[in-house]
Write a protein that binds this ligand. Structure first.
Ligand SMILES: [Zn+2]
Length: 220
């Protein structure tokens, strides 16, 4: 008997009707704030998106806080949704805009930089026309694979559970199936691993700062 009632199908239809009601020439006019909260609490994704778009809600953390304040009854679900979507946005912002790595001059060599100071192999360096100068910027290909791995994990897990991303052994994983192995070797060996360590520390604090801004939404 229960199968007679196709709950999933009904939900999908309601979701569709709600989302279409925000079309410009729709005769039905729903209140976007109420609709957003209701759609969110019943997991009607299309309706939720259409209502949010109509309100331009999902721009930043403050918008979610304001909405939660306006609808205290739904503040929990609004907070969770906001936190998840803002978390992804914050991570993409940091990880898609990775700064170039700096070649810091070695202490012993003063302002002289040599191959031992950089986390990119000689061949890739030549191919990309990077020169060995103090504070010159360069980007080895493993950095992009690191960013993709980090995004994948940090979208679903807190930073504290992703410590391995910042440990030098991650380089072995990144070099397993593709990319330049010589660049991985250069990163492992540059200043006996100190280069990677300080780069990873910088990345960690940048990500920490970006995620701190969205943490407040979890507590709504
Ligand atoms: Zn290389």
């Amino acid at each position: 008997m229960a199968q007679k009632y196709n709950i999933e199908g009904i939900s999908a239809t309601v979701d569709y009707i709600i989302s279409r009601s925000f079309d410009q020439n729709s005769p039905r006019k729903l209140d976007p704030v109420e609709t957003f909260a209701l759609a969110a609490s019943h997991q009607l994704k299309a309706g939720q998106k259409a209502a949010a778009r109509s309100l331009k809600l999902l721009e930043d953390v403050e918008d979610f806080e304001n909405l939660a304040r306006a609808l205290p009854h739904y503040s929990g679900v609004i907070g969770l949704l906001g936190a998840q979507s803002m978390r992804t946005k914050a991570l993409v912002k940091v990880l898609a805009n990775l700064q170039r790595l700096d070649a810091i001059p070695s202490l012993e060599g003063g302002y002289h930089v040599d191959q031992y100071d950089v986390m990119i192999c000689r061949e890739c360096r030549d191919k990309l026309s990077y020169t060995l100068e103090p504070y010159m910027g360069y980007r080895p290909d493993w950095v992009y694979r690191w960013a993709a791995t980090a995004l994948n994990e940090l979208v679903n897990k807190p930073l504290s559970e992703c410590e391995h991303l910042f440990h030098i052994s991650i380089l072995h994983e990144l070099g397993e199936d593709r990319g330049c192995r010589d660049c991985i070797r250069a990163a492992l060996e540059a200043k006996d691993g100190e280069c990677f360590k300080s780069w990873a520390e910088d990345m960690r604090s940048e990500l920490q700062d970006a995620l701190r801004a969205v943490d407040c939404l979890y507590g709504l």
